[in-house]
Design a protein around this ligand. Structure first.
Ligand code: CMC
Length: 419
C-alpha cells in the first residue's frame, strides 16, 4: 500500500550489507576484503583468495594448508555420479548438466539442510556453535572441491570419455586441467593408451595452469551480480547450500550474465579481419550491432580485470601460439578506445573482452566458457551465503514487494458466460 515506484533491475536497491568485495565503478577499483585485485592476481593463488573471500583474512601457512587439503580431498565424487552424468544426452549443454549436478549433490548431504534439522543448524552457526560451524565448513569445502570435478564430468560427457578421479599432489587449477584432458587407459583415440594399460603421464602446462588460476582469481567474486543475488535469494528460505548454488548456476547460464565472452568470439569471427573494424564500429554507432566485451553496469571506465587479463593473454599465446582473431581484437579495442562515441559513453573493455580468446587458445569449446566462470564464482556464492547465514540479526527471507497493475475485483464468470 502506498508503494508507487518499482526498482526495475534493482538499480537502486541495496539488498544486503557486505564486507566481502568493494567496487568503485568510476575509478575502476576492485578489492576483495580490502586487497586490490591487481595485488592478488600478482601474488596470490585461487585457493588462497577463496579463503580470503570466505573467511575475511589471508590465511596463515597452516590455515592455507588445511583449506587446500580439505577442498582437494572433497573433489572426489561418489561413484553413482557416473550413472547420473551418463543419463545426459551426449550433446547436452555443459551448463545444463552442471546446474543439475549441483542440485543433485544436495541429495547426498541431508545434514546441510536446515529444514531437516528443525531450522536450528544455521542459528547454531550464527551463535558460534563449533559443531554447526564445522558442518558449514564441510559443505563449503565440498562445493568448491566438487565444482571442478562436476565441471570436468560435464566436459567429458560431451566427448564420450571416461571420468577422471581428481589427482593428488596438484593445485586446484592443475587438478582441474588434469581431470579435463587426462587420457584414461580406455580413451579410444589415445594412441599411447592403446599400447599400454598404464595412464598417460599427463601434466598440465605450468604457464596455462597459472593463467587459469589468475583467471579464477579475477572471476571469484563481483559483489551483487545476478547469480550471487540469486544464491542469496534462494538461500534466504534456508534450503541446503547445494540447492542455492544450483540456482546461482542457472542464473549465470543466461547470456546477459555468463555468456558475454562467447559473444565476443562470435563478434570477432563475424568481423573477420582488422580492415573490417571501422565498418563494424559504424554499425554499432547506428545501433545495429553491439560491441561485445565493452561496457559495464558498474564500471564507467575500464574494468580493472581487463588489464590483468590482457597480460595473461600474451603469456598464454606465447605457449599456444597467437589466436588468429588477436589482430582483429586489438584493432577493435584500440579503435573503440579512440572513438568519441565510446569515450563519451565511458565504454571501456570489460573482463570478457580478452577472456574468450584465452579460453579458445587453451582449446576450450565456446559453450564451456560459462562453466569456466561458474567454477571460480562458486567461491563468491558460498562467501556471500556464509556471510548471510552467520549474520547476527539472523536470516530474513527475501520477499520483495510489487506494484499491482492488474484488474480490480470482478465476479467469476462461468464457461457459458465467457465470450
Ligand atoms: N556497445 C554499444 N553501445 C553500448 C554498449 C556496447 N557494448 N554498452 C553500452 N552502450 C551504450 C548504450 O546503448 C547507451 O547509449 P545511449 O546513452 O546513447 O542510449 C550507453 O552506452 C550507456 O550504456 P549503459 O546504460 O551504461 O549500459 P547498461 O548498464 O545498461 O549495460 C551492459 C551494461 C554490460 C549490459 C552493456 O554495456 C552491454 O550490453 N555490453 C556488451 C555485453 C557485455 O560485454 N557484457 C559483459 C559485462 S561484464 C560481465 C560481468 O562482469 O559479469
Amino acid at each position: 500500500r502506498g508503494l508507487r515506484v518499482s526498482d526495475r533491475g534493482f538499480l537502486n536497491t541495496a539488498v544486503i550489507e557486505s564486507a566481502i568485495t568493494y567496487i568503485d565503478g568510476e575509478q575502476g577499483i576492485l578489492r576483495y576484503r580490502g586487497y586490490p585485485i591487481e595485488q592478488l592476481a600478482e601474488n596470490s593463488t585461487f585457493l588462497e583468495c577463496a579463503y580470503l573471500l570466505i573467511y575475511g583474512a589471508l590465511p596463515t601457512r597452516g590455515q592455507l594448508a588445511h583449506f587446500e587439503r580439505e577442498v582437494l580431498l572433497h573433489g572426489i565424487m561418489h561413484a553413482d555420479a557416473t550413472e547420473f552424468f551418463g543419463a545426459f544426452r551426449y550433446d547436452a549443454h555443459p551448463m545444463a548438466m552442471l546446474t543439475s549436478a549441483f542440485a543433485y549433490l544436495g541429495s547426498y548431504y541431508g545434514e546441510a539442510n536446515p529444514s531437516l534439522q528443525g531450522q536450528t543448524l544455521y542459528t547454531k552457526c550464527a551463535k558460534g556453535d563449533p559443531e554447526a560451524l564445522r558442518n558449514m565448513d564441510k559443505q563449503i569445502f565440498r562445493l568448491i572441491g566438487k565444482a571442478t570435478t562436476l565441471a570436468a564430468m560435464a566436459y567429458r560427457v560431451r566427448q564420450g570419455r571416461e571420468f577422471v578421479v581428481p589427482p593428488t599432489g596438484m593445485s586446484y587449477t592443475e587438478s582441474f586441467l588434469y581431470q579435463l584432458d587426462h587420457l584414461s587407459p580406455t580413451d579410444s583415440f589415445s594412441a599411447s593408451s592403446s599400447a599400454s594399460s598404464s595412464p598417460s603421464p599427463y601434466k598440465p602446462h605450468p604457464v596455462l595452469a597459472r593463467a587459469l588460476d589468475i583467471l579464477f582469481i579475477l572471476h571469484a567474486d563481483h559483489e551483487m551480480n545476478a547469480s550471487s543475488t540469486t544464491v542469496l535469494q534462494t538461500g534466504s528460505s534456508l534450503p541446503d547450500p547445494y540447492s542455492a548454488v544450483a540456482a546461482g548456476c542457472a542464473s549465470l547460464y543466461g547470456p546477459l550474465h555468463g555468456g558475454a565472452n562467447e559473444a565476443v568470439i562470435r563478434m570477432l569471427v563475424a568481423i573477420g579481419s582488422p580492415e573490417n573494424v571501422p565498418a563494424y564500429l559504424a554499425a554499432v554507432k547506428r545501433r545495429e550491432k553491439v560491441l561485445s566485451g565493452f561496457g559495464h553496469r558498474v564500471y564507467k571506465t575500464s574494468d580493472p580485470r581487463s588489464f590483468i587479463i590482457r597480460k595473461i593473454a600474451d603469456e598464454v599465446f606465447a605457449v599456444t601460439g597467437p589466436d588468429p582473431l588477436l589482430d582483429t581484437a586489438m584493432a577493435l579495442h584500440d579503435a573503440a578506445l579512440k572513438d568519441e562515441y565510446f569515450v563519451s559513453r565511458k565504454l571501456g573493455p570489460n573482463v570478457d573482452f580478452w577472456s574468450g580468446l584465452i579460453y579458445r587458445a587453451m582449446g576450450f569449446p565456446m559453450d564451456f566458457f560459462p562453466v569456466l566462470f561458474v567454477v571460480p564464482r562458486v567461491v563468491g556464492w558460498v562467501a556471500h551465503w556464509r556471510q548471510m547465514m552467520l549474520s547476527p540479526e539472523g536470516v530474513k527471507i527475501w520477499r520483495p514487494k510489487q506494484i499491482y497493475v492488474g484488474p480490480s475485483e470482478r465476479p467469476y464468470a462461468s464457461l457459458d458466460e465467457r465470450k
